[in-house]
Structure formats: C-alpha cells, structure tokens
Design a protein around this ligand. Structure first.
Ligand SMILES: NC(=O)c1ccc[n+]([C@@H]2O[C@H](COP(=O)([O-])OP(=O)(O)OC[C@H]3O[C@@H](n4cnc5c(N)ncnc54)[C@H](O)[C@@H]3O)[C@@H](O)[C@H]2O)c1
Ligand SMILES: O=C(O)C[C@H](O)C(=O)O
Length: 328
C-alpha cells in the first residue's frame, strides 16, 4: 500500500532556489522514492510573482512525477502552511554584491515573524522547518519565537551548504573523495564568522587534520574560502548561489527525515546550552539524525583556537538577536 502523502510547504517558490528545489522534492530526492508529496507553494501576493509561480506549476505538471499527488499555490502563508509536515522557508530577499547577509535583517525579519505565526496556527504539530532565507540563523530564531505552540526543536537553519563547501575544499586539498569524509562540522552562524572544523574529520579512514597538517592553511585559506564562498559566487554569477543551496536544503531535510545512518551532519538548531551556547540561539552544531529527530554531538574537545572562533560567531548571532528584539 502506498504511503500517505507528505505536505511540503516551500516559500519563495518562484525564486531561483525554488526553481532548483521543487523538481527534486517532487521526484523523491528529499523524502524518498516511496514517499508521495503534496507541494504547497507560497509566493508574495503580487500579480507578477503569482504568474511566475503558475509557470513553475505548469512545468511541475509537465514532469508527470508519479510521487507528486497535488500542488497548492498560495499568496497567504496560512494556506501554504495548512497541515504542513515540512516547511522550507526560502522566500526572502537575497543579498547583492558588497552586502553582508546581516544587512538583510531589516528587510527579511518581518517575513519570518509572520510566517512563524502562520506555522504556529495551521501547520502540523510535528512540522519540520528549515530556514534558508538569510540571515538564516536569526530568521529561524524569529520564526521559532513567533511559534510558541510548536516544539522549538522543529525550527532549524541551513548550515549544510557551508558543510558541503568545507567537504569539497578538504577533498580537493587532500586528493581524497568527498563521499569518504566523516565527522566534519561547521559551528555557528551562516556567515563569514562560521567555523568549519575538520579536527575530528577523517577522509578515506585517515585523519584530515594530520593529513593536511597545516594550521596556516586552515586559518588563512580554508576558513576564509568556506566563509566567503557565498560572496565569491555572487561576485562571479551576479546572483547568489541557487542550485548548491537547493541541494543543501535537500540534504538537510533528507537526513533529518530519513536519518544520517550514524554519520555527523551539520544543522543550525536551537541550543540547549551545549558547548556554552545560550539556550535558543540557532547555532550550527554537529548532529546525528535518526527516526525524524536530531541529536547534537556532545563532549567534543574545544581547543583555544576553536573557542575563539565559537565566541566570535556567537557574539555575531547575539548581536543579530538584539537587533530583532522589538519584533518578538
Ligand atoms: N542559507 C543558505 O545557505 C542560503 C543559500 C543561498 C541563498 N540563501 C537565501 O535564500 C533566499 C532566497 O534566495 P533566492 O536566490 O531564491 O532569491 P530570489 O529573489 O530568486 O527568490 C526569492 C523569492 O522569494 C519570494 N518572496 C519574497 N518574500 C516572500 C514572502 N514573504 N513569502 C513568500 N515568498 C516571498 C520572492 O517573490 C522571490 O520569488 C535569500 O534570502 C538568499 O540570501 C540562503
Ligand atoms: O551568500 C549569500 O548571500 C547566499 C548564500 O547565503 C550563500 O552562502 O551562498
């Protein structure tokens, strides 16, 4: 017997990440090849955006995906989020050249207050929320705080793109295979202050730290390359990353829903106080996922260099939180 369809809400559905994301969700890459889905797509209630959304829907229909059991187009978050099992909050303004993601806070914060409230009102009580729209960690914090009746652990932010970027740089540096990297993580904010940490990682069974054995490269090449990759893509493409962002969103949700088979993945999740990060700060942590739940990997050694990086990214997140206090 086929499974009951999962309701997947995606905001900003007619945007560039939406276009790289929806077809993969509908083909079963996110929730599995045996899981039917109903897509509930939100765009701003503006004629042009809604028309573009209709065009995307026509293309989804023309793919005749066997797993796609329905499509809802909405201009109202309470329609898009009704009974949603998954919500991918992508819709927000992207940054342009010369901007930092935090510059988007004023423009985007209100979106996440409204969407948090709508999720609180109409979504499934188990809804799994991934915030992609920038600044992702603080937007996830806003949505979580605006949805007091939903479990706080259901709100997450996307650090997976940073994790994947770090993995790719490590594979290139060591000459190993990206698929053979284990125990990599990225701590903190999805911003240049993030701390991509390979101290515990292995590649092809060998320690990444010992193989690279170059702290100068770590501090002055690797971390800035991963931290500033988004800006480098904007500079090169004239637009922010889209296919790689959609890919990371699929990875994040797939692992959360279907499990990481004991492997570490990076998710931005509300802290419970782990590693001295104050409760509720949405922070990139190493997690292991199983049965639809994630668990932060605890007890890792934090050396002086790492502590300095954690302090810096935390201070930035706390500054962002202060900036949105008036909305909550
Ligand atoms: N966390 C990450 O790793 C990561 C990676 C890439 C991009 N991003 C962010 O994702 C966001 C979307 O990027 P994009 O390239 O798809 O942008 P885009 O401009 O191509 O698309 C955004 C879409 O969202 C829609 N939108 C805006 N406000 C909305 C609202 N309140 N409700 C519903 N839809 C709304 C817009 O109409 C537009 O169609 C940006 O904030 C970008 O910075 C995050
Ligand atoms: O950098 C951006 O503004 C987009 C995104 O967050 C990215 O990291 O590519």
């Amino acid at each position: 017997m086929s499974k009951k369809a999962a309701r997947v809400a995606v905001t900003g559905a007619a945007g560039q990440i939406g276009y790289a994301l929806l077809f993969r969700i509908a083909s079963g890459e996110m929730l599995g090849k045996d899981q039917p889905v109903i897509l509930q797509l939100l765009e701003i209630p503006d004629e042009k955006a809604q028309k573009a959304l209709q065009g995307v829907i026509m293309e989804l229909q023309d793919c005749a995906f066997p797993l796609l059991e329905g499509i809802v187009a909405a201009g109202d978050p309470e329609v898009a989020f009704k009974d949603a099992d998954y919500a991918l909050l992508v819709g927000a303004r992207p940054r342009g050249p010369g901007m930092e993601r935090a510059d988007l806070l004023a423009a985007n914060a209100q979106i996440f207050t409204a969407q948090g409230k709508a999720l609180n009102k109409v979504a499934s009580r188990d809804v799994k929320v991934l915030v992609v729209g920038n600044p992702a960690n603080t937007n996830a914090y806003i949505a979580m705080k605006s949805a007091p009746d939903l479990p706080r652990e259901n709100f997450t932010a996307m650090l997976r793109l940073d994790h994947n970027r770090a993995a790719s740089q490590i594979a290139e540096k060591t000459g190993g295979k990206v698929g053979e990297i284990k125990k990599l993580t990225v701590w903190g904010n999805h911003s240049p202050t993030m701390y991509a940490d390979y101290r515990f990682a292995s590649i092809g069974g060998k320690s990444v730290k010992d193989t690279i054995n170059d702290q100068e490269w770590n501090a002055n090449v690797f971390l800035p390359t991963v931290g500033k990759r988004g800006a480098a893509i904007i500079e090169a493409r004239g637009l922010s990353s889209a296919a790689s962002a959609a890919n990371a969103a699929i990875d994040h949700m797939r692992d959360w829903a279907l499990g990481s088979q004991g492997e570490w993945v990076t998710m931005g999740v509300p802290s419970n106080g782990e590693y001295g990060i104050p409760k509720d700060v949405i922070f990139g942590f190493p997690v292991v996922t199983e049965n639809g739940k994630y668990k932060i990997v605890e007890g890792l050694d934090i050396d002086a260099f790492s502590q300095e990086r954690l302090d810096k990214t935390l201070a930035e997140l706390q500054g962002e939180q202060d900036g949105v206090k008036h909305l909550l």
